[in-house]
Design a protein around this ligand. Structure first.
Ligand code: MD3
Ligand code: FE
Length: 218
């Protein structure tokens, strides 16, 4: 077919914009043009609020390393999951939300049909080979009509995207460096997780995946 030859794979608009299900849109490579500023901003954040392994309410240490930027940060301890304006490790507010984060999250949400998205929380997750995130719902936020935007950086991962019940069959979505996913509307409360990462190496981040999750929490 002639039309496929007009567009190299990475420029083909039909390939860049994939709908996983109603409300869930994958924007392949959407973060690549801001790669350097994004990585620089992550360094600034983690210098002030280093990655740490939170304890779940059930007493388990999470294998994902976490930190936050913005007015609110997601935290977990024996008392439960919640958003807090203060980093419990430093007693200080979380690092400021970088301008490049706000612009990227807003542009991705608008592209997926959610104009006017202004996140007040960015959870920064660090995965190493073997690290995983078990199936869960994100329900600590106030307004479920607001979407969630996620940005994948570094080594690839397989994202699990389930249904409204934990036991619903999950689809597997490979996510690579620069991919952005917007989850809104009917997709917002679906179960999701990340399979254990395979040993791998990325030129910018080494043996590591960093995921930015933008939310309107408060
Ligand atoms: C689908 N993080 O931090 S981001 C999380 O790759 C989390 O670090 C994963 O799940 C990660 O809570 C996945 C993608 C994501 C985030 C929220 C969702 C997918 C979602 C909420 C509803 C449906
Ligand atoms: Fe989640």
């Amino acid at each position: 077919m002639i039309t496929t030859d007009l567009f190299p794979a990475t420029l083909n608009p039909s390939r860049q914009y994939e709908t996983l299900c109603a409300g869930a849109v994958v924007l392949r490579g959407f973060a690549l043009e801001n790669e350097r500023p994004l990585l620089g901003a992550i360094e600034t954040i983690t210098a002030q609020a280093p990655f740490r392994h939170l304890i779940t309410p059930g007493g388990f240490r999470m294998s994902v390393g976490m930190t936050n930027a913005g007015p609110l940060g997601w935290v977990s301890d024996r008392r439960g999951y919640r958003y807090d304006a203060v980093d419990p490790d430093s007693g200080k507010p979380w690092p400021a939300m970088p301008e490049v984060f706000l612009e990227l999250a807003g542009a991705a949400a608008a592209r997926a049909g959610f104009p006017g998205f202004v996140p007040d929380a960015c959870l920064v997750n660090r995965y190493e080979p073997g690290t995983r995130l078990t199936l869960h719902q994100d329900r600590n936020e106030r307004d479920f009509s607001q979407p969630i935007v996620s940005v994948s950086l570094g080594i690839p991962a397989v994202f699990l995207f389930g249904g409204m019940q934990r036991t619903d069959r999950a689809m597997r979505v490979p996510l690579a460096h620069g991919d952005v996913v917007v989850w809104g509307g009917p997709a917002r409360l679906r179960y999701h997780g990340v399979l254990p990462l395979k040993p791998n190496h990325h030129e910018a981040l080494g043996a590591c995946r960093i995921n930015l999750t933008f939310r309107r929490a408060g």
